[in-house]
Design a protein around this ligand. Structure first.
Ligand code: MG
Length: 387
């Protein structure tokens, strides 16, 4: 057992240290009272893309109800889980927070349905992938700073945002793409943010699924991991209402996954004994990992959610409508760039004049990807009214 630490303790030698950061693409004066990674986190929070997450779908489209997770509350849950683990392992909490809060900035409206539809629209032009788009948002699309485009984040935060990418894309991306070509690992903080994301969505999707009534406790009991925790709660608290029983069970599952992740990662780190972050990066395997039994439990949860919640006829209907909206917007805006706000229209026109069709399509995709659920619906309705 690792005792909890107050913040302000020393970082482990293998953690990411702000003082040895690989730096920013545009050189800046160091911040006065913050570390470089605190500055990154603050830039993410001040970004437009971050504020838009509040009206972007996690699983349930915004108009379905006020109590479901959105991309924003999802990102906050990821950050909170990741920070707990980071502190227990003496990793860099500021970095893990910056990565967690930024990891979904590139999500389209309407969750994965929106992303799939936009990817299909962009097939001839290099496709669309929300994870790559998150990097694009912080590297290029945010326009807030006088001296550079994007947020000019540190290499370490950008490395953490880019979770996966094709070899072709990796070659185009330069510094952050290199590890995919060399089969190296990212920092422990990046590895951690990735698994905190999994813990967060599996559990909150169970919670939201129960709230919606689309999945039931009886169904979830088929999962040994869920059943084990539910039995434990039932034994100590008889006659709990189903909603409270579900919430308490989910709470226990998160806690079990988080402590399992801490213990098993601490063991892996101790065994590999990396000297510093470069030693972590040059390993063939990630060191932040679940023990095998919890890895299986996570996998079973994911499989269950895919079959029973994400493919539920109600969610499916929502998904189809969302895809239809994205496809329709893409067609309309591609046929007439002037339907977009001026700066987007100008960029698309300029690309088209150069004969760069892919770049023009990318402007349309960027504009649609930036939309919130409700803005996408409003835009669709406003355009339809003009037809
Ligand atoms: Mg996520």
């Amino acid at each position: 057992m690792i005792a909890p630490l107050e913040s302000g303790r020393e970082l482990a030698p293998y953690a990411a240290h702000s003082s040895t950061s690989r730096g920013r693409r545009h050189v800046e004066e160091p911040p006065a009272y913050r570390t470089e990674f605190q500055r990154d986190r603050d830039r993410v929070i001040h970004s437009t893309a971050f504020r838009r997450l509040v009206y972007k779908t996690q699983v349930f489209v915004n108009y379905e109800g006020d109590l479901y997770r959105t991309r924003l509350t999802h990102s906050l849950e990821v950050a909170q889980i990741a920070r707990t683990v980071a502190r227990a392992l003496s990793l860099n909490e500021d970095l893990v927070e910056a990565i967690s809060l930024a990891h979904d900035l590139g999500h389209t409206p309407f969750g994965h349905a929106g992303q799939d539809a936009l990817d299909a629209c962009m097939r001839e032009f290099g496709g669309f992938e929300h994870n790559l788009q998150s990097l694009r948002v912080v590297d290029e699309l945010e326009e807030r700073y006088a001296s550079f485009r994007g947020l000019n984040l540190t290499f370490e935060t950008r490395e953490g945002i880019l979770k996966h990418c094709s070899l072709k894309k990796a070659r185009e991306l330069g510094d952050v793409g290199k590890r995919f070509l060399e089969r190296h690992q990212p920092s422990l903080e990046a590895q951690l943010a990735n698994l905190a994301d999994e813990i967060a969505y599996n559990n909150h999707d169970v919670d939201d699924g129960l709230r919606s009534g689309l999945i039931t406790l009886e169904q979830l009991e088929q999962l040994p991991f869920f059943a084990e925790h539910m039995r434990w709660v039932e034994k100590r608290h008889s006659a709990l209402k189903p909603q409270r029983l579900g919430s308490e069970t989910v709470r226990r599952m998160i806690s079990h996954l988080v402590s399992g992740l801490i213990d098993s990662s601490a063991d892996a780190i101790a065994a590999a004994a990396p000297r510093d972050i470069e030693a972590v990066r040059s390993l063939g395997q990630p060191l932040i990992r679940f023990p095998p039994a919890l890895q299986d439990a996570q996998h079973a949860l994911k499989k269950f959610l895919r079959a029973e919640l994400y493919a539920h006829p109600h969610v499916h209907l929502m998904t189809e409508q969302a895809q239809e909206t994205v496809r329709w917007l893409f067609e309309m805006l591609s046929a007439d760039y002037a339907l977009m706000p001026e700066e987007h229209a100008e960029r698309a026109h300029a690309a088209a004049r150069r004969g760069d069709e892919a770049a023009a399509a990318r402007v349309v995709a960027d504009y649609i990807a930036g939309m919130t659920d409700r803005f996408a619906l409003q835009t669709r309705d406003a355009l339809r009214a003009r037809l």
